[in-house]
Write a protein that binds this ligand. Structure first.
Ligand SMILES: Cc1cc2nc3c(=O)[nH]c(=O)nc-3n(C[C@H](O)[C@H](O)[C@H](O)COP(=O)(O)OP(=O)(O)OC[C@H]3O[C@@H](n4cnc5c(N)ncnc54)[C@H](O)[C@@H]3O)c2cc1C
Length: 353
């Protein structure tokens, strides 16, 4: 037999017609579903929460969600973000996607290191170093560029419609284990675990590196919503425009000890004060109560970073894509494209005997 592979599954149904099963319908599961469907694969998503749901454990409903180059990541991970940027840039031409191209100003507390977010200048448009005098003197340097923001209140429903239109299916169901999922689809050979924080508790995953990280943002209604401000350094602060919702998202905070769904007004006051210092022309010191609402969500974080890998277990291929913490939107479509390549590898292994 030598160079010949054994068929991974002796099902009479051809590989491409056996549904790829995705556990999780957040931005990661849904982006993967869309990209797979566009390549002609059959896709079914199984999830407790679906686009349109508003539970704080469903992180994708609550993200900012800005494309910002992450610091401290590997070249391969940078490329995932670059691919995401390429796909979102096209989407920004269609209002129904909820994706917008906006101006960004990033202020750095310290000079950038080689490991910093500076690599992002190879991806974004119109990057330039600001001259002293163009930014507050307390900062070491500053950048201006254009970036992409995704309004999740539009984008998740858009993705749901896209997936249905392309022939994908959603099943609302909570599973206790991957084994339970395998039992639901005995003919399927490829499974994608995009369950976010679910991977901490699924009986046959129990990934102890996963942990919940609470975020709470202020949404301020304003028509000045075309510029993102980002403070890079110890005082983690952003003003993320959300043009299609007529406002800006002020943040941020990361909490591991408090997972409450209730608004912490101390945090909200602090975020408004920080955002006012960062962008006084957009955020007044004391915005009227009527212009304010609150956003609370739990980020699916993971010590050591996210998982994106493929394992073969007998006749099944299991792809893992979870643990994206505060960057799931910035990585989304790059991850989805990487998953397409992994599914194609499984297809190749199945059709070339
Ligand atoms: C306040 C806030 C601001 C943010 N801002 C940004 C930003 O500016 N830019 C950015 O890129 N990211 C941002 N994020 C992070 C982003 O929201 C997440 O990284 C992203 O949503 C994670 O997507 P996901 O699909 O992995 O997980 P989720 O959206 O949490 O989806 C997980 C899915 O798995 C399902 N699931 C889990 N377990 C089971 C089970 N046992 N059975 C069935 N289904 C299961 C869930 O029901 C759900 O459908 C922010 C997050 C928060 C909270």
């Amino acid at each position: 037999m030598g160079e010949y592979n054994q068929p991974a599954n002796d099902s009479p149904v051809p590989f491409a017609q056996r549904p790829i099963i995705i556990l999780g319908a957040g931005i990661i599961g849904c982006a993967a579903a869309r990209q797979l469907l566009l390549q002609g694969f059959d896709v079914t998503l199984v999830a407790e929460f679906l686009p349109g749901d508003q539970d704080i454990r469903y992180a994708s409903a609550w993200a900012g969600a800005a494309w910002h180059a992450a610091g401290g990541i590997s070249p391969d991970q940078r490329y995932l973000q670059a691919v995401t940027h390429r796909i979102l840039l096209k989407m920004a031409l269609e209002p129904e996607t909820g994706v917008s191209l906006v101006d960004a100003r990033e202020y750095l507390e310290q000079q950038p290191t080689p490991d910093s977010a500076l690599w992002g200048k190879t991806v974004v448009s119109r990057f330039r170093n600001l001259s002293p005098g163009e930014y507050p003197s307390e900062f070491a340097c500053a950048w201006a560029y254009q970036t992409l923001v995704t309004d999740p209140t539009r984008h998740m429903p858009y993705l749901k419609q896209q997936i249905l239109k392309l022939g994908g299916r959603f099943i609302r169901h909570k599973v206790d284990s991957l084994q339970e999922l395998y039992g639901m689809f005995p003919d399927s050979g490829v499974f994608i675990n995009a369950s976010g924080l679910g991977s901490k508790t699924l009986a046959d995953v129990r990934d102890d590196r996963c942990f919940p990280e609470r975020g709470q943002n202020v949404f301020l209604r304003t028509d000045q919503c075309r510029t993102m401000y980002f403070r890079n350094g110890q005082e983690y602060t952003y003003v993320i425009p959300r043009p299609y919702s007529g406002g800006v998202v002020l943040g941020g905070v990361k909490q591991q000890e408090n997972l409450s769904p209730d608004v912490d007004f101390e945090i909200a006051r602090d975020e408004i004060a920080r955002a006012h210092r960062l962008a006084p022309e957009i955020v007044p010191a004391n915005p009227p109560e009527s212009a304010i609402s609150h956003i609370i969500g739990i980020r699916p974080s993971r010590k050591g970073g996210f998982r994106l890998d493929s394992e073969v277990h007998g006749s099944r291929t299991l792809l893992s894509a979870y643990g994206f913490g505060g960057g799931g939107y910035a990585f989304s479509y790059g991850v989805a494209e990487a998953l397409v390549r992994m599914v194609e590898q499984a297809e190749r292994d199945n059709v070339i005997l």
